[in-house]
Structures are given as structure tokens and as C-alpha cells.
Design a protein. Structure first.
Length: 481
């Protein structure tokens, strides 16, 4: 107030002479003018307004590492009590209350969002596949304090199909064998842990958290690395750091062909967060578990498990696709997923199960065919529908068949894959990994451990002769040929 009065005294005469108005109005004018020169202290209302404006801001490209974290990782939601979350009307609402990752308005995200918003049948089928497992995925994310938005990643990876099998990746999260084993999953002739919905979720969340910790504390970087290989993202980060540029995902400028999963995942986040805005009616998903995990001893017939639990064998196998035959593997107890209503009955009768010998032949791993694959056009087929069916682009389909137009005739034979594309699918799993140097490591020791040459290690990491490794240093290691 002292400063306000001082300012008023110095300016009263000048303003009176110029304006010649009532003294009361002069006093008011001086008080307002003087105080306006002082720094403004925000009120609670101002602060709330500013916070609301910041919350509604859509960030597109971060300007620094700190800003990047604010864009992608800012905790914009309050902590929810478990009881509050359990009272949400459905699982979508439970997730929606906790979402905080911001989605920028980019063309690739918009295209994916517009496409999936129109696929009502897809969402209905998805909800049926997700029902046994998605609640468990969300709960694990909550317990780890990881973004619940990651529960939408399996929609993009496998459409929540625990049995999904590609040329290399498999299961709910489409893990490749090397990564799966690195994070503790068992894969052998009788059992594939990548197809165990809960075990694969635990392994994947371990992996994603590790990627987040090592790739700039940016969840988009982590998901991109999960999709395209951490070597590519790590190299882009190192390049930007060397040039003094930000290392948030959008600043890395990774070509879209390598990170197609990211915009689709971000589109899913938008659709689940604001389905009405985009004209989507999400199918109901209960905000409670429909399945329970228990265990089954070694060498037990799944037919007997079905019998004592009162569940059809087909349902037992659908919930537990990790078992590659109708008898559980030897050696230890194995996780078993059962419908919630059947768990008590199974546990009451589990002691009556008798071990049996698995005489079924070991499943033969399917290898990508090196022969061209053809498809016979049916009535109603289009270039787009055929391309989607075989997971190739319409442009590639036209090029392979030298089509001058999109007009097709029933009975027409089309080439839908060739040796080159099959080989590319087979090699997709062979992604570079990052190795953290341990105390006492040497290039020779690391090379022997990964069955690669020292010269290759030096080449991949641009190391000079007699280079001295440092503990915790990250090295790019490519799979042995």
C-alpha cells in the first residue's frame, strides 16, 4: 500500500490538470493505476483457472527433456482410493478416471482414431476376448503405478487374443522369444509362456518399465522401443543428445513406418477416454474379475481339470493357450486360469487329479513359407478387404499383381505374399537389444556372452580400438546370425 500511495502522490497533480474530473474518480483512478504497476499475486481462483487451462492444453512437441516429461508423463489425475475405483460402473470408466497421458493431434493418430471409431463389430468381438484378462492387466498397472493406458496396448498388438501367433511374436503382447526369455518366461515344446495371459503381462510390464527408465523417462519412447526395437530408439536419443536437442518421442522424428503401433495406441486412448465425442459406443466390460488364477500340478490332463471344475475343455484351453497339449508339462506346478465361478469347485477337487503321461508328439514350429502365397477372389472382395485379410497394404497388393485398377473378378487369382515378404516377417523378431555394461565386463566377454564378434560390437557402437568401457554404459547388441 505504501508503494501505491507514493505513486498516487507523484501523479495526482498531473492527472488532475489533464483530466479535470471529480476528485473521487481521480483517487480511484490513481489507486488502480498505481497498484497495477506492482507484481500481481495470484489468487486461488487465478491458480485454479490457470491449472484448468494447462490441463486442457494439447501438447504437440516438447521443447526440452523436462517439458517432454510434462507432455507425456504429467500426473494430471488425483490419487484414487481402491474403493472408489471398485465402485466405477465398468472397466472403461475405471481406466478413464486414471488416464493422464496426453495425446497430440497428429494426422497419423487422427486417421487411426477415425478408422477404429467406426468398427463397432470389432469392439464387440474385442470385448469378448478381453473380458477374461483385461481387468487383471489394469489391476497390475495400478499396483505398479504405471499408466493404465498401457492396458490398451494389447488391443493394437493382438486384439486381446492370448492365442495370437505370428512368424516370431506370440501371445497377448506379441513378445518375441528372446525378449520373453530375458524377462523370465518359459518357452519349450510343451509350454509357451508368451500365451499365458498373466505371466506374459508381468514380463511385458517389467520390460516396458525398464524401457521407460532407460529411454528418457518417456512412455511413448518405451512403447515405440517395444514396437520397433530399443536399439533404434536409443540411437535416436543419442543422436539428439549429441546435437543438444530434446529427447521426447516427437522430437526423435522416427520414421512412421517403424512406429506404427504408437499412433494406433494413442488413438485407442482417445477413443476410450472420450467415446461419445468420437461416436463410439464401447461394449460393456465388468469392473470385476471374471477369471481367477490358480495352479495345476505337473502332468495333469486338462480333460480332468475340465471335469472336476465343471468347465468345458474348450474353455479351459481358450483361457490357457500356453499349454501346447492336453497334458500339463512335467517338472513343476503351472499357472491355471479358470472362470471365477469354477475356481472354488476346482480347488475342492484338485487333490483327486491323477498324474498322467503325455504321449502326444511335440508340436512342430511353423516356419514362414518361402513360397509365394495366392488367393482366389470371391464375390464381394475388394483390394482393400483382401489386403487387410493378409495384413499387407493395398499398394503392395496392387504392385505384386500389377493391377491397373481396383476392379476384381470372382475366381481371379492374386499373389498376396512372396518370398521376400515372408523372409522379412521371419527376420522382424531379430531386433537389436541394449546391454548394460557391468563392472568387470570387457568387449571380449560381452561378445562371447552374446555369441557375436568383438569387431561387430565395436562397429555397432562406433567404438575405437582400446576403448575403455564404463559400468552402466549401454551397448547395442544385435542377434547372432
Amino acid at each position: 500500500m505504501y508503494n501505491c500511495r507514493l505513486f498516487a502522490d507523484k501523479n495526482e497533480t498531473r492527472i488532475r490538470r489533464l483530466l479535470k474530473i471529480n476528485h473521487v474518480w481521480i483517487a480511484l483512478l490513481l489507486a488502480i493505476a498505481g497498484c497495477s504497476q506492482l507484481s500481481h499475486t495470484p489468487t486461488e481462483t487465478d491458480t485454479a483457472k490457470e491449472a484448468a487451462e494447462q490441463t486442457s492444453t494439447v501438447a504437440v512437441v516438447a521443447k526440452s527433456t523436462t517439458q517432454a516429461e510434462a507432455v507425456d508423463n504429467a500426473p494430471l489425475r488425483r490419487d484414487w482410493a481402491q474403493s472408489e475405483l471398485d465402485q466405477q460402473p465398468d472397466l472403461w470408466s475405471r481406466m478413464r478416471q486414471q488416464m493422464y497421458l496426453r495425446v497430440p493431434e497428429r494426422s497419423s493418430v487422427r486417421q487411426a482414431r477415425d478408422f477404429y471409431a467406426k468398427q463397432s463389430k470389432y469392439w464387440r468381438e474385442l470385448s469378448l476376448r478381453a473380458d477374461p484378462i483385461m481387468y487383471h492387466v489394469v489391476r497390475r498397472l495400478e499396483q505398479r503405478n504405471m499408466p493404465v493406458e498401457l492396458a490398451l496396448l494389447p488391443i493394437v498388438e493382438s486384439a486381446y487374443n492370448m492365442s495370437a501367433q505370428g512368424a516370431g511374436p506370440a501371445g497377448l503382447w506379441q513378445l518375441v522369444p528372446g525378449t520373453a526369455k530375458n524377462f523370465g518366461l518359459t518357452i519349450n515344446g510343451r509350454y509357451d509362456g508368451r500365451k499365458d495371459g498373466l505371466a506374459s503381462t508381468d514380463a511385458t510390464l517389467d520390460y516396458l518399465q525398464d524401457l521407460y527408465n532407460r529411454l528418457g523417462h518417456d512412455w511413448l519412447n518405451a512403447v515405440a522401443a517395444y514396437n520397433t526395437g530399443e536399439g533404434r530408439i536409443q540411437a535416436a536419443i543419442m543422436r539428439n543428445e549429441a546435437r543438444g536437442k530434446p529427447i521426447d518421442f516427437w522430437s526423435l522424428n522416427i520414421p512412421e513406418k517403424y512406429i506404427k503401433t504408437v499412433p494406433k495406441w494413442l488413438a485407442m486412448i482417445q477413443l476410450v477416454k472420450e467415446p461419445t465425442k468420437y461416436g463410439l459406443q464401447l461394449p460393456e466390460l465388468a469392473n470385476k474379475p471374471s477369471t481367477v488364477q490358480t495352479s495345476v500340478r505337473a502332468a495333469i490332463s486338462l480333460q480332468e481339470v475340465a471335469k472336476i471344475s465343471g468347465v468345458a475343455l474348450s474353455e479351459i484351453k481358450a483361457l490357457n493357450p500356453a499349454f501346447r497339449s492336453n497334458v500339463t508339462p512335467t517338472g513343476k506346478s503351472w499357472p491355471l486360469l479358470l472362470p471365477e465361478h469354477a475356481a472354488d469347485r476346482y480347488q475342492q477337487n484338485e487333490a483327486t487329479l491323477v498324474q498322467t503321461r503325455d504321449t502326444s508328439p511335440l508340436p512342430i514350429e511353423k516356419k514362414p513359407s518361402s513360397r509365394p502365397q495366392t488367393y482366389t477372389v470371391k464375390s464381394g472382395d475388394t483390394v482393400g478387404s483382401i489386403a487387410k485379410k493378409f495384413k499387407i497394404s493395398a499398394k503392395s497388393l496392387r504392385a505384386m499383381n500389377k493391377l491397373k485398377s481396383d476392379k476384381l473378378k470372382p475366381g481371379q487369382s492374386l499373389l498376396v505374399s512372396n518370398a521376400t515378404s515372408s523372409a522379412a516377417a521371419a527376420s522382424k523378431a531379430k531386433q537389436p537389444t541394449m546391454y548394460k555394461v557391468q563392472s568387470g565386463d570387457s568387449l571380449d566377454k560381452i561378445a562371447r556372452k552374446h555369441k557375436v564378434k568383438v569387431a561387430d560390437l565395436m562397429k555397432w557402437n562406433k567404438l575405437k580400438k582400446n576403448y575403455m568401457l564404463m559400468p552402466n554404459q549401454q551397448l547395442i547388441v544385435k542377434p547372432a546370425q
